[in-house]
Design a protein around this ligand. Structure first.
Ligand code: ADP
Ligand code: F6P
Length: 321
């Protein structure tokens, strides 16, 4: 069936570059002669039939804007088949023939299930966590990394002045990529991630060794969901006798203008998603491998393929201290 109208939505946690991806979807879609509907607030807006018609002008001045102008949401009810069927009714009523979903692995699962109900869907990896298989990087990761690095550099300045230890929590959900890349970029003393087992005693001894060697400061980067960084700071202070402060970078990492790399990635991926729909593909998700765009089956991406963990990057953090 020839496509006449496509939809685009952003879902899950927002990521810098999502707007650039939407812009590419819209303008590529219009070039094919499609009408393009922007679904507001992810699957929630799909269920509530909240959509806006998008033209070339609607996405002017979006390439460089952080967040997602369509809005995003977490909508757990979408896991229920009945709710998804109601969404399909909405899409039918709207005459929407296919959908581009920009989000993380949860959003991908939603897209796959919609494809199974007869709606062609393509997933575009938008998340700062970089936790998706089949792609070396996700839209938003590079920008979030720049933010984390900027913050940790600032913490280094003040820690060095005061002879203090910093314990810094970065995002990543259950993926250590952001923590490790930030740790390497900032030359920190240690990094704690879910992929590599660690114990407090060894970490504390290592920090103590550095303090004993005369370092004026030490920085410990911790991926979120690993431990209570405030408690860890308290314990480190007790152990080392050096004042220790905990900083949770939090949602700061998700905001701000996308980096040039994220703009390029999002633009390439957004356009590619529409080319795939035009060529009749469905239930696929996009990745970047060796500089080339690729597409994989969403279910394989979620269930069989594994996101590559770069152990050698982790080891470098420790070996270069
Ligand atoms: P992300 O897409 O960034 O991983 P979430 O895991 O929060 O973020 O998922 C975003 C949304 O995708 C959820 O709120 C829900 O609407 C949808 N979703 C997540 N998991 C599923 C699932 N198993 N089945 C159907 N929809 C899902
Ligand atoms: O998936 C992106 C992310 O920022 C994760 O790094 C983090 O665990 C989560 O979303 C935070 O979610 P929320 O915005 O709901 O607090």
């Amino acid at each position: 069936m020839a496509i006449k109208k496509i939809g685009v939505l952003t879902s899950g946690g927002d990521a810098p570059g999502m707007n650039a991806a939407i812009r590419a979807v819209v303008r590529t879609g219009l070039d094919y002669g499609y009408e393009v509907l922007g679904v507001q607030d992810g699957y929630l807006g799909l269920h509530e039939d909240r959509m806006i018609e998008l033209n070339r002008h609607s996405v002017s001045n979006m390439l460089n804007r952080g967040g997602t102008f369509l809005g995003t949401a977490r909508f757990p009810a979408f896991k229920q088949e009945e709710v998804r069927r109601e969404c399909v009714e909405v899409m039918r009523k709207r005459g929407m023939d296919a959908l581009v979903v920009i989000g993380g692995d949860g959003s991908y699962m939603g897209a796959k299930l919609l494809s199974e109900l007869g709606y062609p869907c393509i997933g575009v990896p938008g998340t700062i966590d970089n936790d998706i298989a089949g792609t070396v990087t996700t839209i938003g990761f590079d920008t979030a990394l720049s933010v984390a690095v900027d913050c940790i550099d600032r913490l280094r300045d003040t820690c060095n002045s005061h002879k203090r230890i910093a314990v810094v929590e970065v995002m990543g959900r259950h993926c250590g990529d952001l923590a490790i890349a930030a740790a390497l970029s900032c030359g920190v003393e240690a990094v704690l991630v879910p992929e590599v087992p660690w114990n407090k005693e060894t970490v504390y001894q290592f920090i103590q060794k550095n303090v004993d060697a005369g370092k004026r400061h030490a920085i410990l980067v911790v991926c979120e969901n690993q431990t209570d960084v405030h408690q860890m700071a308290h314990e480190l202070e007790q152990r080392t006798g050096l004042e220790t402060r905990a900083t949770v970078l939090g949602h700061i990492q998700r905001g701000g203008a996308p980096s040039p790399q994220d703009r390029v990635l999002a633009t390439r991926m957004g356009a590619y998603a529409v080319h795939l729909l035009h060529d009749g593909f469905s239930g696929r998700c996009i990745g970047l491998q060796r500089g080339e765009l690729v597409h994989n089956d969403i279910i394989e991406c979620l269930e069989t393929m594994k996101h590559k963990f770069h152990r050698e990057m982790y080891d470098l953090v420790n070996s270069l201290v």
